[in-house]
Design a protein around this ligand. Structure first.
Ligand SMILES: [Zn+2]
Length: 53
């Protein structure tokens, strides 16, 4: 019986539209490293500054 390590499923692909990169089982994010950054920046830039309550 193999002890399950804390890894993600094998063979997952980056969730970014056209990205075909396979994610490492040690990468628990939905995106590859490149798109992690890109998506994070896009989300930040989408936050409407004038909409802060
Ligand atoms: Zn990607």
């Amino acid at each position: 019986m193999a002890k399950t390590l804390k890894t993600s499923a094998n063979g997952r692909k980056c969730a970014f539209g056209q990205c075909k990169r396979l994610l490492s089982i040690y990468n628990h994010d939905a995106y590859c490293r490149i798109h992690q950054d890109q998506v994070a920046q896009e989300q930040m830039s989408k936050v409407p500054y004038h909409h802060v309550l």
